[in-house]
Ligand binder design. Structure first.
Ligand SMILES: C[C@H](O)[C@H](O)[C@@H](O)C(=O)CO
Ligand SMILES: [Mn+2]
Length: 418
């Protein structure tokens, strides 16, 4: 049987429960996911030689990490060949590209330092998203940036974030696609603080100063990401969930939830509906925490599917900005990216192939017996036949065939890097 024939048979079965597979794959094709550049080099970037700091960690030493802009771009191209649909690329400020011998500190960054990325994005029809890099830098003083009591330090990071807004607007102007600019700071304390309010008040004031510069809100979507703890910052983080949600609501920016940034039994899938009721847009970093915010590769697992269902069944595809955020250095980095992208797409497809209206009715009728039965039986519907057809129709390898190309690239390209 061909992929198409399998699809036709799956289509009939889904139609019998009121699901239109053609419509599902048309919708999926148009859902952009922001591919995070930092999986390719373990969050190293190009503007410093120091270690990764900020309470995050990439563990593993798999060979073949990208060492310069060209290698990172080549690797991203390799990923794009294996992922269906059109997406965005998510850059950090530390990935600025300088002329040979040039160095520009983060508070002085300008659009021209990202011109090569814009060219790259234009040639491939990608949108660009952006992030200030408030970590892995000598100006992070005692683990603090925008909340630092040291005014010089705080002003440095304010200027950095302002520079990033200007760069984000340049991306949007050049590419004709709004740029999501996400602010995340690592600031916090390892042990019980004596003052919780002061750092948060300074962070609030810093954000006010950053947002006070003129910029076009229809082009730059400023997002604010919360976090419950970092490595070495276990007792207190300045940018907590309450802080970021309140600040974003008050100032009309976008809350970003990273599903690795909550207590282990808290799930982002349960937060999405509440956030949608009070916000036009929300943003997500989709990741996989394992015991802690360990940023493992996204799988086609229960929570990823549950997140996707909340987006699809609440008609929020255009209101949720989707980005990946993980950095696994223990496996082939191209495969980490491709698995993460394809798995989030699979979760979205699974949600699109769910008879959501019928399931809602069952819930409202308190028919929990049939609801459970249906939800469980759906798990063994021929979802894979629809996914494989989607891959074929979009010119990328189906099933695990993509891995052959990853192996070839590893043998011919990655293994020659050291
Ligand atoms: C590199 C990213 O900006 C970073 O992972 C941030 O989004 C985060 O999640 C920190 O834990
Ligand atoms: Mn994140």
């Amino acid at each position: 049987m061909t992929t198409k024939e399998r699809y036709e048979s799956a289509k009939e079965l889904y139609a019998s429960i009121g699901v239109n597979t053609d419509k599902a794959i048309e919708t999926l094709k148009k859902i952009p996911i922001s591919l995070h550049c930092w999986q390719g080099d373990d969050v190293t970037g190009f503007d410093h030689d120091g270690p990764l700091t900020g309470g995050i960690q990439a563990t593993g030493n798999y060979p073949g990490k990208a060492r310069n802009p060209q290698e990172l771009m080549d690797d991203i191209d390799e990923v794009l060949k294996l992922v269906p649909g059109k997406h965005k690329l998510n850059l950090h400020a530390s990935y600025a590209i300088f002329e040979p011998g040039e160095f520009v500190d983060r508070d002085k960054l300008e659009p021209k330092h990202f011109a090569k990325w814009v060219e790259f994005a234009k040639e491939r029809g990608l949108g660009l998203d952006f992030n200030p890099t408030c970590f892995a830098h000598p100006k992070v003083k005692d683990n603090l940036t925008l909340s630092s009591p040291d005014e010089e330090t705080r002003q440095f990071w304010i200027r950095h974030c302002q520079a990033c807004i200007r760069i984000s607007e340049y991306f949007a102007d050049e590419l004709g696609v709004p740029c999501a600019m996400n602010i995340w700071i690592p600031d916090g304390y390892k042990d019980i603080p004596a003052d919780r309010l002061g750092p948060r008040a300074r962070f609030k004031d810093s954000l006010d100063q950053i947002l006070a510069i003129p910029y076009d809100k229809s082009k730059v979507y400023v997002c604010l990401e919360s976090k419950v703890f970092g490595i070495g910052l276990e007792s207190y983080t300045v940018g907590s969930s309450e802080f970021t949600i309140n600040y974003a609501a008050r100032k009309g920016i976008i809350s970003l939830m990273d599903n690795g940034h909550y207590h282990p039994t808290e799930v982002v899938s349960d937060k999405i509906s509440s956030m949608l009721l009070f916000n036009d847009k929300i943003a997500l970093h989709v990741t996989r925490p394992v015991r802690w915010d360990s940023d493992h590769v996204v799988l086609f697992d229960d929570e990823t599917r549950e997140i996707a269902k909340e987006i699809v069944r609440n008609d929020a595809i255009d209101r949720v900005l989707l980005a990946l955020d993980f950095f696994d250095a223990s496996i082939n980095r191209i495969s980490a990216w491709v698995n993460g992208m394809r798995n989030l797409q699979k979760a979205l497809l699974y949600a699109l192939l769910t008879p959501n209206a019928r399931l809602k009715e069952l819930q409202n009728e308190s028919n929990f017996t049939e609801l459970m039965t249906m939800q469980e039986e759906l798990k063994v519907y021929p979802f894979g036949d629809v996914w494989n057809y989607f891959c074929e129709a979009n010119g990328v390898p189906e099933r695990e065939d993509w891995f052959k190309e990853v192996k070839r690239y590893e043998d011919e390209v990655l293994s020659r890097r050291n």
